[in-house]
Design a protein around this ligand. Structure first.
Ligand code: ZN
Length: 278
């Protein structure tokens, strides 16, 4: 099976670095929103997240969601949205068949509505956690309800309904995964802590390179390389601090055992630079 992957960046936000990594600098840093286009020989164009889209700005105009835009300054040119970049790359939005949603924060689901024929893949637990949230409760969870397509529930496939598989011994810090497409090519794992039911993804591309997309299990590559936790203030947005540390430790162990595995945190500027120098 020859899987191909291409990474894009759809917008970025800014934060003091010291929030995302303990003993980091208080200088403001840029945090790209990376998403992936996975070309599958049988299932075609599959996305892992979408990054931001211009809909983020529409949805954060009015209170209370305006507080989101105030506390997290977002930068996105219209040509940077997933739909524009993919079209330019030769992938028309109608042909995207699946979008894997790592979790429901606005910087990951911003572009869902731009792909009318896509089915969505996420953990049921992740969706159930945000589904009832509105107004300030939604804001606290980083969830902008109107970023979801109105027919989301008709188009979603839950990870829990796919077959589990034992991971190979080198990935033993995560015992089991989910065989998302039933062909052993794309394996989902749960990365809880940052958000309930956060989805990570293992796969191997046509060049035999192994990847692990970890979404927001940590923000910077240094965090999993050296096992550095974020500033305690970041706990305010985590669904479960203990699980966050546990997940980070597992990724740290995985990295030590598999130094050639490419681990991709969604918002790491160093990782983005490395991806572009391949
Ligand atoms: Zn994020």
């Amino acid at each position: 099976m020859s899987i191909k992957v291409k990474f894009f960046q759809a917008g970025y936000c800014t934060h003091p670095e010291a929030i995302v990594i303990r003993a980091g600098r208080w200088k403001t840093a840029n945090f790209p929103s990376i998403f992936a286009l996975i070309s599958h020989p049988k299932f075609g164009a599959i996305l892992f997240d979408t990054g931001y889209s211009e809909r983020f700005f529409q949805e954060t105009r009015a209170f209370p969601f305006s507080l989101y835009a105030l506390t997290t300054p977002v930068y996105l040119h219209s040509e940077d949205s997933a739909v524009h970049q993919l079209t330019k790359y030769g992938v028309s939005p109608e042909t995207v068949r699946y979008i894997m949603i790592s979790h429901f924060h606005a910087d990951h689901i911003g572009g869902l509505q731009d792909f009318p024929n896509a089915q969505f893949i996420c953990f049921r637990s992740a969706y159930e956690a945000v589904k009832p949230l509105r107004n300030t409760a939604a804001l606290k969870a980083g969830f902008l309800p109107r970023l979801l397509p109105p027919d989301f529930e008709q188009r979603v496939v839950f990870v829990e309904e796919t077959k589990t598989r034992l991971l190979s011994s080198e990935y033993r810090s995560f015992n089991t995964g989910f065989d998302l497409f039933g062909d052993n090519t794309l394996t989902g794992v749960e990365l809880p802590g940052h958000a309930i039911g956060q989805l990570g993804l293992f796969f191997t591309d046509a060049d035999h390179q192994d990847y692990f997309l970890i979404a927001d299990a940590c923000w910077l590559s240094r965090a999993y390389q050296e096992f550095i936790q974020p500033h305690p203030i970041a706990n305010l947005i985590f669904s479960n601090k203990r699980q966050y540390v546990d997940t980070l430790q597992k990724i740290h162990q995985l990295h030590k055992l598999n130094p050639n595995l490419k681990i991709i945190p969604t918002h790491c500027a160093d990782t983005w630079r490395l991806l572009n120098f391949q």
